[in-house]
Design a protein around this ligand. Structure first.
Ligand SMILES: Nc1nc2c(ncn2[C@@H]2O[C@H](COP(=O)(O)OP(=O)(O)O)[C@@H](O)[C@H]2O)c(=O)[nH]1
Ligand SMILES: [Mg+2]
Length: 279
């Protein structure tokens, strides 16, 4: 059931919402990780709704808080370089594989770069995915320079004329400034070869308000152009992504809905709103 459906059905039964209904909606929005700022804005605007079409009005309000930026991958000269970043365990490597499959399904050619050189298992994980998807994975030495692996991958992509190069990176705590600075370095090194078309930040949809802090700090370190929100297959409603869109104006581009390669989709704002409103 959508976040707003109980509230809406109440509104339909009575003509106006009581103070208690507003408290309930407030609590539900907070529980869905929309955060205090966006929750307060939404309640304030929803209180002004008049007339019968509460659902339609609420939809317009929610829509006005989504990013207006393009959700499609930015058009770029080949190779289009995509850098995938985020904290540990959010689903970066899995999302790189899913995105590769998604693009391959559209007849795009790809090279992947395994720039998480801290953990040998991380490289193996991407190599295994690459074999399954059927794309080349460029690896480097264990504990080697992530920026040099990224550079090699982009070089390979340029030389072989592939459409996309996707770079997986090591998970890093957004609070560790040296690791955050390394992201800037990776980007600068890549850009000696080709421009970075997209920096996609992966956010775990079950994270809660910490996701907003992650997004703030990653954006300060590197120009984040879009979000991949993962783990939306559970009970998580990914409200934090909405808070990020609203407060930082970073559009959600893709969502992950499971561990399998096909559990991945473009973010569709209309169906997301359908879900929230319980259509
Ligand atoms: N349920 C679910 N699990 C996911 C999703 N995306 C990734 N995972 C799982 O999350 C764990 C960490 O994923 P991984 O890609 O290694 O994260 P990384 O550390 O950011 O590279 C793995 O067990 C993945 O299978 C998703 O959309 N839904
Ligand atoms: Mg990884």
């Amino acid at each position: 059931m959508g976040l707003f459906s109980r509230f809406l059905s109440k509104l339909k039964g009575e003509s106006t919402a009581s103070a208690l209904d507003w408290d309930e909606l407030n609590a539900e929005l907070l529980a869905a990780d929309l955060g205090p700022l966006l929750t307060a804005k939404l309640i304030e605007e929803a209180k002004k709704i008049k007339g019968d079409d509460a659902g339609g009005s609420l939809r317009e309000i929610l829509k006005s808080h989504l990013s207006q930026k393009n959700r499609a991958l930015a058009p770029a000269a080949t190779p289009a370089v995509i850098l995938v970043v985020g904290v540990n365990g959010v689903g970066k490597t899995t999302s790189v594989a899913k995105l590769a499959q998604h693009l391959k399904n559209q007849s795009q050619s790809l090279v992947l770069g395994a720039a998480d050189t801290f953990r040998a298992a991380a490289v193996d994980q991407l190599v295994t995915w690459g074999a399954r998807v059927g794309v080349d994975v460029i690896t480097g030495k264990h504990e080697g320079e992530p920026a040099s692996v990224a550079f090699d991958a982009v070089k390979r992509g340029s030389e072989s004329g592939t459409d996309y190069v996707i770079i997986d990176t090591a998970g890093r705590l957004h609070t560790k400034s040296d690791l955050m600075a390394e992201l800037g370095k990776i980007k600068r090194v890549i850009e000696k070869m080709a421009p970075v078309a997209e920096v996609l930040l992966v956010i775990d949809g079950t994270t809660g308000q910490n996701g907003l802090i992650q997004a703030k700090l990653f954006s300060e370190a590197v120009d984040v152009t879009g979000l991949i929100v993962t783990k939306l297959d559970g009970s998580a409603r990914g409200g934090v992504a909405l808070a990020i869109e609203n407060q930082l104006d970073i559009p959600i581009k893709f969502i992950g809905t499971g561990e399998a390669i096909e559990d991945f989709a473009l973010f569709e704002s209309e169906s997301y709103l359908d879900g929230l409103l319980g259509d």
